[in-house]
Design a protein around this ligand. Structure first.
Ligand SMILES: [Zn+2]
Length: 112
């Protein structure tokens, strides 16, 4: 027979308090903790380091200005673009190619 009050005298083990569940971020998937994959981060850094300008701006005999890129290409101004515009486009193209090469499959793309 159970002694009177035994149940009440038992040390109550508190129910474990569940950890608060964070609100799901709309559009995020199960990999939301890693917003950008390591491969894409590395690709961006590599593109940046492989396409830095090298040396000083040179004035060409035809009047254009040029600067070398670490990849071996000479960046120049032209009749309708500045040297800075060429540098910016060159770096953007390099970054795009590097990221596109390692992007996870299935991402909807602007450039097919
Ligand atoms: Zn380059």
């Amino acid at each position: 027979m159970t002694p009177p009050g035994a149940a009440g005298d038992a040390v109550a083990v508190p129910e474990p308090v569940p950890e608060p569940v964070p609100e799901p971020v709309p559009g995020a998937d199960h990999d939301a903790t890693e917003a950008v994959s390591a491969a894409m981060r590395r690709a961006k850094v590599r593109a940046s380091t492989e396409h830095t300008t090298v040396g000083d701006v040179r004035r060409l005999p035809d009047g254009r200005v040029s600067i070398a890129c670490a990849c071996g290409m000479d960046l120049v101004n032209g009749p309708t673009w500045s040297l800075d515009e060429h540098i910016r486009l060159h770096r953007a193209e390099a970054r795009y190619l590097a990221l596109a090469a390692v992007a996870p499959p299935g991402i909807p793309r602007l450039v097919p």
